[in-house]
Design a protein around this ligand. Structure first.
Ligand SMILES: Cc1cc2nc3c(=O)[nH]c(=O)nc-3n(C[C@H](O)[C@H](O)[C@H](O)COP(=O)(O)O)c2cc1C
Length: 389
């Protein structure tokens, strides 16, 4: 059996396998628990906490929790929107703006809650995404000297220099070649090229087309491939496209340690690839998620997205009401197309082990294939075929 080779990302991050578990911060505190992050790092990959929406205290506590579980490297992923409007520093300010300026959107949310007879509930204030909150989160990441910082949406330039001064490795997500070039110019150490197949916020270009173009555009910077990678075949394909490893989100939603409600796990388990659609319904930015009734109602409403953070604030109150009623099937369930292939809930270490083992089996298969190709013609030519065959 061939052994999965170490790649440059293994040396850069101090890990055994070129597998990074993607930071997944939505729904808040759900998928990437400290237990999941530590389990992936312990298994030889890199675990990454999705900390979107965490208060600074919650973020610090989660980092400490991870450090108590493992002394291996790990990452923290934050989203850094570049164009958050000022003036929505509180959720109530954003709610006021919605009711004043977007009554049709407010009516949509209220009608929907009425349709499901949901109780009155509101999302807590501390969870609003605002420039002040993001700045405070970044301060925690820097003060805590986390080994790896990942910028989801947005521009990491504001963080890269100080992070590097502290020895923190910086990675940035890109869904297009242009964005990848911007990430490189911002000073990241690793670009994550994420194709449209991905769960969560996503662009329009497929992984197969995006990864080699990003590799060519940002080289010699290492590139992680993301979007639709969930087994060893995907890992080997990513390496063949020029990536140095993979950034897998949806695959790790199937980990025992990921903190999803059972009904959402069931949606992921049963979903076919085309059940995971791109919608602006819950956050205001295009995000791939399980197509539940809310996603359908939003698309039928014909309303334009309010963008971030107003659409998020609008729908967060619906989500809070659905959660209060235990109706988790109505809450956002981001997931990627690869979920169609996955259906078993197992420990995170087992997911990592299966990816590695599958990749090694794939290397063997490719060896056999090329040995066969070297000795046999692929197709007998008609002239060479025996008569009557
Ligand atoms: C449930 C879920 C939540 C996510 N939350 C975030 C996030 O908070 N920040 C971020 O940068 N990316 C987020 N993503 C995107 C992932 O980091 C990753 O890029 C994506 O899952 C890779 O594609 P895959 O799902 O096909 O593996 C999320 C993805 C999912 C499925």
């Amino acid at each position: 059996m061939r052994e999965l080779p170490r790649t440059p990302i293994c040396d850069l991050l101090g890990i055994r396998y070129p597998i990074v578990q993607a930071g997944m911060g939505a729904p808040k505190g759900g998928p990437t628990t400290p237990g999941l992050v530590a389990a992936v790092s312990e298994a030889g990959g890199l675990g990454c906490l999705g900390a979107m929406g965490f208060s600074p205290d919650e973020l610090r506590a989660a980092i400490m929790d991870i450090r108590q579980r493992t002394d291996r490297p790990f990452g923290v992923d934050l989203i850094l929107p570049t164009r958050l409007p000022v003036g929505y520093e509180s959720r109530d300010a954003a709610r006021d703006a919605i009711s004043r300026e977007h009554p049709a959107h407010q009516a949509f949310r209220e009608d929907l809650a009425g349709h499901y007879a949901l109780p009155d509930a509101k999302m807590a204030d501390s969870e609003v995404i605002s420039p002040a909150q993001i700045t405070a989160q970044i301060d925690v990441v820097l003060e805590e000297n986390v080994p790896v910082f990942v910028a989801g949406l947005g521009d990491p330039a504001q963080v890269a220099e100080e992070a590097h001064r502290r020895g923190i490795i910086v990675m940035g997500l890109a869904g297009s070649v242009r964005n990848a070039a911007r990430q490189k110019a911002a000073g990241v150490d690793v670009v994550i090229a994420q194709g449209t197949e991905a769960g969560g916020h996503t662009g329009a270009i497929g992984t197969m087309a995006l990864v080699p173009q990003v590799v060519d555009a940002v080289g010699p910077l290492p590139v992680l491939a993301a979007g639709g990678i969930g087994d060893g075949r995907g890992l080997i394909a990513a390496l063949a496209l020029g990536a140095t490893g993979v950034w897998c989100g949806t695959a790790f939603l199937f980990a025992e340690e990921s903190g999803l409600p059972e009904v959402q796990r069931e949606q992921l388990r049963r979903g076919m690839p085309d059940d995971f659609v791109v919608s602006t319904s819950y956050t205001g930015k295009p995000a791939r998620q399980y197509k539940n009734e809310v996603v359908t109602s939003w698309s039928e409403s014909g309303l334009p997205s309010l963008g971030m953070p107003l659409q998020t604030v609008l729908m967060d109150d619906f989500v809070a009401a659905a959660q209060a009623a235990g109706r988790f099937e109505l809450t956002s369930n981001p997931g990627g197309q690869i979920a169609g292939m996955l259906n078993e809930i197992v420990p995170a270490a087992e997911i990592a082990r299966r990816i590695v083992q599958g990749a090694e089996a794939e290397l063997d298969r490719l060896d056999r294939l090329s040995a066969g190709l070297a000795t046999k013609p692929r197709l007998a030519s008609p002239a060479a075929a025996p008569p009557g065959s």
